[in-house]
Ligand binder design. Structure first.
Ligand code: NAD
Ligand code: DAU
Length: 332
């Protein structure tokens, strides 16, 4: 039984992991979260008070981080500025949280000799051509495209340096695009679902041909727990569930599942520097650590996700108008 500190645990994937750990293990969990626009305490409702604690704070606050690290056995680091479009508008918060924040945590991990797992993204590898038979592996060279992905790449390299130079007991995982309940309405799938629920049309960037490799957030959480428990210190593991789909196909599925004509969407301005395709080869995680995804049927996972957004308008509605106003200003 361990005391886990989860940074960014009020966000989409971090909150999923907190629920997953409390349901599937005996560990206790403390969440450290700044509650930016992306953090939502309602995503942590219903957790057992005797095993769960919330701390409102910033991962760049070295004194707070030091105090928390002294009380925990392991840290799982999700906190980040996570949205590419925002990073194109204003990169500075991405540098502060993703780079300086990760540095602050690593210095505390070094001081307290604490187990550290760093959550990262497949976007550090850049993108692939649509017809490229290759997928990303742990050996793919880093080639990030956006301010977001370059700060995530930088944070990964800091973790590797702190392992090698200071002996920090860290692992890294790089996962593909997550979907599921509790995802902010700025992201692709929730934006389109909530648009249709509000009588608005989905918005596809460019021609809609870009491909993402979708994984259910529950599968991401089970993979992270596996790596935390059985991963080799200093190693990187790619997490993916063979879920490649282009954006147009996803929008058509959403429209179809919501009973709308499948061509009832708008093509809008493309994202500058828009990565064309991501694809993960997760052989290492599966063969060395025995992990396998459970949510391999995307259409049924999407139907469950649509049902969740239909039933939880009070969770997403407060963010919807401001999010759409920002997109409108960008012609998206
Ligand atoms: P999110 O934007 O939904 O949540 C981020 C959380 O971090 C929020 O609760 C926010 O309040 C918190 N936070 C931000 N800055 C902070 C700071 N300075 N101090 C403390 N807390 C802070 O993000 P997400 O989609 O859940 O992503 C979580 C992590 O997973 C990120 O590191 C991201 O790079 C990575 N990731 C995301 C995906 C995806 O598809 N969403 C895929 C692979 C990896
Ligand atoms: O691959 C992992 C990454 O996935 C994570 O590291 C990021 O934190 C996460 O945000 C996500 O990045 P993407 O940029 O791929 O996700 P996003 O939801 O912003 O967009 C998914 C795709 O959909 C992308 O090709 C852009 C497109 N898109 C997005 C929006 C918001 C649209 O076509 N229309 C939209 O309205």
């Amino acid at each position: 039984m361990s005391r886990l500190l989860v940074t960014g645990g009020a966000g989409f994937i971090g909150s999923n992991f907190v629920h997953y750990v409390l349901e599937h293990t005996e560990h206790s969990v403390t969440v450290l979260d700044k509650l930016t626009y992306a953090g939502n305490l309602a995503s942590l409702d219903g957790l057992p008070a005797e095993r769960f604690r919330f701390v409102h704070g910033d991962i760049t606050d070295a004194a707070l981080v030091d105090a928390l690290f002294s009380e925990h056995d392991a840290v799982v680091h999700y906190a980040a500025e996570s949205h590419n479009d925002n990073s194109l508008d204003d990169p500075r918060p991405f540098l502060e949280t993703n780079i300086v924040g990760t540095y602050t945590l690593l210095e505390a991990a070094r001081k307290h000799a604490i187990r550290f797992h760093h959550i990262s993204t497949d976007e550090v590898y850049g993108d692939l051509e649509l017809d490229d038979p290759a997928r990303f592996t742990e050996q793919t060279p880093y080639n990030p495209s956006s301010p977001y992905s370059s700060t995530k790449a930088g944070s990964d390299l800091l973790v590797r340096a702190w392992v090698r130079s200071f002996g920090v007991q860290a692992t890294i995982s790089n996962c593909s695009n997550n979907y599921g309940p509790y995802q902010h309405v700025e992201k692709f799938i929730p934006r389109q679902i909530t648009n249709v629920l509000r009588g608005e049309r989905p918005k596809l960037y460019g021609s809609g041909e870009n491909v993402r490799d979708w994984i259910h957030a529950n599968d991401h959480s089970s993979a992270v727990l596996t790596i935390l428990e059985r991963g080799v210190i200093g190693e990187t593991y790619l997490i993916g569930a063979d879920g490649e789909k282009n954006n147009k196909d996803v929008v058509e599925l959403i429209l179809d599942q919501l009973g709308q004509p499948t061509d009832a969407y708008d093509l809008v301005n493309d994202r500058p520097g828009h990565d064309l395709r991501y694809a993960i080869d997760s052989t290492r995680l599966r063969s060395e650590l025995g992990w396998a995804p459970k949510y391999s049927d995307f259409e049924s996972g999407l139907a469950d996700t649509i049902a969740w957004y239909r039933d939880h308008e009070s969770w997403w509605a407060p963010q919807k108008d401001a999010t759409e106003a920002r997109y409108k200003a960008q012609g998206q």
